[in-house]
Design a protein. Sequence first.
Length: 786
Amino acid sequence: MTQQPLNPDFDATVLGYPRIGADRELKKALEAHWAGKISLDELHAAAGQVQLADLTRLAGLGLDAAGGALPGDVAYYDQVLETTAALSAVPSRFSGVIGERIGTAEAFVLARGDEANAPLELTKWFDTNYHYLVPEIGPGTAFVADPERLVANHAAHAAAGFELRPTLVGPLTYLLLAKAEDGAPEGFSPLERLDDAVAAYASLLAALGAAGVKLVQLDEPGLVTEEGAKLAADGSTVTRVYSALAAVQSAPRLFVTSGYGTAGDPARPGHVQGELARAGVAVVHADLVRGAAPAAAHLGELNGATLVAGVVNSRNIWRNRLGESLAALRTLQAEVTEAGGALAVGTATSLQHVPHTVAAETALPEHLPAWLAFADEKVAEVVTLAKGLREGDAAIAAELAADAEAHAARAAFAGTSVAAVRERLAALTPEDLERADAEERRAAQAAALGLPPLPTTTIGSFPQTAEVRKARAGARSGALSEAEYEAFLKAEIERVVRFQEELGLDVLVHGEAERNDMVQYFAENFDGYAPTTRGWVQSYGSRSTRPAILWGDVSRPRAFTVPWISYAASLTEKPLKGMLTGPVTILAWSFVRDDQPLEVSAQQVALALRDEIEDLQAAGIGIIQVDEPALRELLPLRAEAQPDYLRWSVDSFRLATAGADTATQIHTHLCYSEFGEVVGAIDALDADVTSIEAARSRMEVTGDLAEFGFSRGIGPGVYDIHSPRVPSTEEIDELLAEALKRLTPEQLWVNPDCGLKTRAYPETEASLRHLVEAAAKARAAIAASV
Ligand code: MET
Ligand SMILES: [Zn+2]
């Protein structure tokens, strides 16, 4: 066994750690502060406690507290916002309310808006379900280094013996993720401001160095995108920027990470790391999970730098295959050492995408915990791998044995591969994805449903009132018996049905009161799926979600939505639309198994949904909506991988829905993204009616769809449900008129942007009244014009 010298600072690290606190303490403190219940000082103290607990845990798990192995990824709301604050990059539209400096209070104004200003836009961070606040950059945006918070955070923990490496989004990624502010000249790109931003980063580094910081982490995952890759050709922008930053007098050493894929040209993995090292960056990182391991040819350029090999998956919750990782690391180590560099073991990205610890889960099926690794278990894996690399297999013999055993048990477990599910998949034929001709369907559905033109409907959920949440919690804790809970839900369904009838909506829904979350509800009712109890993952700001774990072959033991939906239908003469969540969204918002292609898991979920649709139809439900809000979300970052994704994702929707009768109207619903780029896929879903978020973009997507020749039903949202604001009837009139410029009256449906579950009743009632009124006016106008 070779005894190579590893990194002089550390041989194991993680790029970041969940920031919300093991018990979501930061969420509670933030919301208490926003509600005026605790002061800013109390918030800082609470956040400091959370960070101290995290650092103590990380050091306890074996990361070198004094050697720079601990990430200083402090962020109360969002890591991109922290960088905006460190650069004092105040968007012009806030210049009246925010001075030159973005302190914590000012950062919250950017994050949450105020009476006069909408907050910064939230957008998905790469292909994750984390959302960051989009910087708004213009030709005049000031970039002024404000190191105060970073310095204070470093100093606070240095005193306790934790040598943090302050973490910022790197300048290239920061500007790649920014948008041109309103009023910037046509064609302006935030990257035009690169030199000014780099100057501010240089001042930040100088100040951090002066404060005794030894290592700073700059995250550059933007380099894995198509646009970012262009900045990373040899002799490129990457070289220019990082040569400048590495040359800053008395600056700390730099640690530049990528993550979420292969940085730069995917055919030349490692060249960006070589380029960074040549520029003077001391520690570079490569994502070995989503990305490819650096090619030996490029490691030659490392030249004394350290490569952090991101071998532990920080996006899933599965235990690492330690034996395989160790073998890959040994190969890399030989190449890196040969090149005069050093190797350290790390994670593919920050661990912010996984929950704190498996140990907190008390209700998982018995077989599952041993297969899993959340953040803490992943830290332990990184430490174990580094030890194995340093001291040889014998030093980690117990861990290797436990690992082999867990993986063998997982492979052999009955639910991992279920013959009945496999046989059903193997027997599928192309006809299983085909429905009758769209025109034939349209005629059959028109006859069966008898809807007016411009039918009005909602997207499914109605306000989840405190009573609804309380009843659900009561059912979970046992405070409410099964019979009591059922009676409660039936009463709630009846109330929602009567409410919709009174409003005069044309197609009713049951309101989804029984669902805590549109994906978790399905996970709870499918075999092969397990919800967690404490597995919170930050989605944005103080918000977290609790993705369920898809661990085995999926099937549906019994119909579960049918009782509620058919009960709702029994209460009304109007058509009632059944609600399901589609396969892609179910996968996108879960932790999925890593031992088979996503495509196969999608097919299994699709077949389970197909069974539910058959049962809904048999119960007399003539309209069924299968929501796919995450369709765009899983689209791969790299263009070359997109067609294959679009093929299987569309096919999984069709597999779920194509068993429906010709007269059954299949709807889908899309939101949370811009769908302009994927209209071809939306068309290929072959849904009879598609509702899609559109109010904020003023019906923009209707243009894309019309241009594409989309001919089936379409309900562009006319009411933005993301805020309590009530749209006026006139406003909805205008949106409908706008939509009718491009869509035919036979095509157009009238509905809100999305479900109403986060709204309260007063604004919901007022908004839906205006929506029904506007639809009636538009109908009358159409009738008068023929
Ligand atoms: C995020 S899409 C939500 C769709 C779901 N049917 C609802 O109305 O809540
Ligand atoms: Zn939606």
